[in-house]
Ligand binder design. Structure first.
Ligand SMILES: NC(=O)c1ccc[n+]([C@@H]2O[C@H](COP(=O)([O-])OP(=O)(O)OC[C@H]3O[C@@H](n4cnc5c(N)ncnc54)[C@H](OP(=O)(O)O)[C@@H]3O)[C@@H](O)[C@H]2O)c1
Length: 333
């Protein structure tokens, strides 16, 4: 079935309501928690009595405003503790600093790696020397997942002691089915990361889609390596669907006006991520419309696609090791 048919069918689908799971005793981290889908994930977790929720944001005042809004909606004495912590996903040093702060937590039951950017007309280079979408959408989420792995693994040993013991610790990447539309012919198969960072290869109309293919690749290779060593952690890549959020505020194409007409509400889009946080019982490559699904990027199965994936993972690991020597070994890889 062509992408467009599946896209329309998905947008028209009514997603199931989230179950009434009791999250007392559990701790969650949500990146990009001040806005759109991230904010709704926090709301889903808070009303289900999660004990601690870390709102990981780049703009602290925006995060505090979001936290205040949710506190005001909860009944008095509800018991959830929310904290707003700074992380700038366009800086590996900031991600590292955030992960160090997370080491003070007793446990982590779930991480929603949700922060992301759509990008604009202009090529933007981060202080680390990467193209912005490549760093925020591709490198930083998996880097943070690797840094948090020791605490996630420790939590996996503790889950039996609290309610709902079957909910093992989980890492949820926020991907996108739009990855299926990425024009893979522009990828540099030999040096994928260098290619993505190369300003001459930057095309505003397709870079977001390319970033979501790449994050899926890095996520999936990282995931499969981690799962070989730590099978009791659940990892997946979730597509929230086409959702009307501030993501499209700088959209250069028709998506900006289209999303206002046919986009899901942020709450419905966030249900995909929250459903995986609340119910998924094993790792799956891709999760969509609140169920395990297949991402149709057939090119990734070709010899070029396989080479691209291996090289991108290798280049990413080299970059992580340069910034944080020993990170792979500590993660268990
Ligand atoms: N909306 C859709 O149709 C759709 C479809 C598929 C996938 N997604 C994915 O869903 C995720 C959430 O997006 P959304 O639609 O909810 O858009 P959004 O409302 O714009 O949320 C994006 C979040 O990411 C944060 N962020 C961006 N750059 C960051 C950085 N350098 N460091 C830390 N945080 C940063 C934003 O912070 P600021 O508020 O400070 O900018 C914001 O909190 C993204 O990964 C997006 O790619 C969205």
């Amino acid at each position: 079935m062509p992408f467009i048919t599946r896209f329309i069918a998905s947008q028209m689908r009514t997603l199931p309501p989230l179950p009434d799971v009791d999250l007392r005793g559990r701790t969650y981290i949500v990146t990009g928690a001040n806005s759109g889908i991230g904010l709704e994930i926090v709301r889903h977790l808070a009303v289900r009595h999660a004990s601690t929720i870390i709102l990981a944001v780049r703009n602290l005042s925006s995060g505090e405003h979001a936290m205040g809004t949710i506190y005001n909606e909860l009944p008095r004495g509800h018991g959830v503790e929310m904290k707003v912590w700074h992380v700038d996903m366009s800086s590996l040093a900031s991600v590292n600093e955030f992960a160090n702060k997370c080491a003070s937590l007793d446990r982590i039951d779930g991480v929603a790696l949700n922060a992301g950017v759509l990008g604009g007309k202009e090529y933007v280079k981060t202080r680390d020397g990467h193209e912005e979408l490549t760093q925020v959408n591709v490198l930083s989420p998996i880097f943070l997942a690797l840094l948090l792995m020791p605490l996630l693994r420790r939590t996996a040993g503790q889950v039996a002691s609290i309610a709902q013991p079957l909910l093992s610790p989980r890492i949820i990447f926020t991907g996108s089915a739009i990855a299926e539309m990425a024009p893979t012919k522009f990828f540099d198969v030999e040096n994928p990361l260098l290619g993505l960072d190369d300003e001459r290869r930057y095309r505003p109309s397709t870079r977001y889609d390319e970033s979501k293919v790449s994050s899926g690749v890095v996520g999936n290779i990282g995931i499969s390596q981690l799962l070989k060593l730590i099978p009791d952690i659940v990892i997946t890549d979730v597509n929230p669907g086409f959702v009307d959020t501030p993501l499209y505020r700088h959209s250069t194409g028709p998506a900006g006006s289209m999303v206002r007409r046919i986009g899901r509400s942020p709450e419905v889009g966030a249900r995909n991520v929250s459903m995986a946080l609340l119910t998924l019982d094993k790792s799956v490559d891709f999760y969509h419309d609140c169920r395990p699904c297949k991402l149709h990027v057939d090119w990734l199965g070709s010899s070029n696609g396989i080479q691209f994936s291996e090289n991108l993972w290798r280049e990413s690991c080299d970059e992580f090791e340069r910034n944080h020597p020993g990170v792979m070994q500590r993660a268990g890889i």
